[in-house]
Design a protein around this ligand. Structure first.
Ligand SMILES: [Fe+2]
Length: 303
């Protein structure tokens, strides 16, 4: 059995103003704060302890501290650790983590110095984890820019067990061990920056009302509302606090092993269109700019 990660637990972010970002994620983005030592954490309606962790900035200023991937159990974690250790120097040994979510895991830097943490047995929430209208359920995917996107995608496939599920002209969509079409997309770009973080909403109404709420609070839509090709998900993109690129999304295609991947020749829109419906304007210049704004911190791989 090939060990595989199950998707994204959380994204840990260094922000210039934890207070202002917290107000946003609580009141506008509609996450719920979880009392946590050492970070300001927000959960969605899924069971994960938190899906966004906010931290005061280090010397680099606002940046991505780490992407935390979910692993099913300790046996899979140890198997993944053996594969990572064989591929990458300076990988921590698996250990009990002292972060807000606790658990057992390890961190490392990938070939382009992104900070990844693999985690299992975290301190998750009991009770129902049913999606609720207007509230994000979880981080359903993260898009990562890469200077060498083939190498980055190959690592995620060969070492972390993702399946290459579709490929467009600019991105490789990677499927984790969960029904979501993709959990990571690796985007062909100039450097290893964050492209965007996508939050799963209950339905299209929740995306539309969320977009209205964002507009009411001074965050215009930067791209959308539209429906993507690969993944078939409905999208609306925004510049969040400190211009972090955020997406509300819904109806991400649910797939199993019978899904047949397709390539760039299939995933093309006619000239002038950037989604299936043909309603959205092209993405704004601002979105293009902020999609290369956030790098990874120097030390976020140390847990
Ligand atoms: Fe997305």
């Amino acid at each position: 059995m090939i060990p595989r990660v199950r998707g994204i637990r959380s994204v840990e972010i260094d922000v210039a103003s934890v207070k202002a970002a917290s107000d946003f994620y609580r009141n506008v983005w509609k996450l719920t704060e979880v009392a946590s030592p050492g970070a300001t954490c927000f959960r969605g309606t899924a069971a994960y302890h938190h899906i966004i962790g906010l931290h005061p900035p280090g010397a680099e200023g606002p940046a991505i501290r780490s992407v935390v991937f979910d692993v099913a159990d300790a046996a899979q974690l140890h198997a993944l650790h053996a594969k990572v250790k064989a591929a990458i120097p300076n990988v921590e040994a698996p250990h009990a983590l002292g972060g807000a979510a606790g658990g057992f895991g390890f961190g490392f830097k990938d070939s382009e110095a992104r900070n990844f943490i693999l985690l299992t047995e975290a301190r998750d929430h009991g009770g129902a984890s049913t999606p609720v209208a207007d509230h994000p359920h979880k981080v359903t995917h993260i898009n990562l820019n890469a200077a060498d996107y083939a190498r980055t995608a190959d690592f995620l496939v060969e070492i972390l067990g993702f399946r290459l599920i579709d490929e467009s002209g600019r991105a490789r969509f990677l499927h984790a061990d969960c029904p979501d079409h993709f959990s990571v997309a690796v985007v062909n770009a100039r450097n290893a920056t964050l492209n965007h973080i996508a939050f799963d909403m209950l339905d299209i109404d929740s995306v539309m009302r969320g977009a209205g709420r964002m507009i009411d609070n001074g965050y215009p839509i930067e791209w959308g509302v539209g429906r993507h090709g690969p993944g078939n998900n409905v999208f609306a993109y925004f510049a969040g606090p400190e211009e972090l690129p955020l997406e509300y999304t819904t109806e991400v295609l649910q797939i199993d092993d019978s899904y047949v991947p397709r390539g760039p020749d299939h995933w093309k829109f006619p000239p002038g269109r950037s989604d299936q419906w043909g309603i959205t304007q092209p993405q704004t210049k601002r979105l293009a700019r902020i999609q290369e704004l956030f790098r990874f911190t120097a030390d976020g791989h140390r847990t």
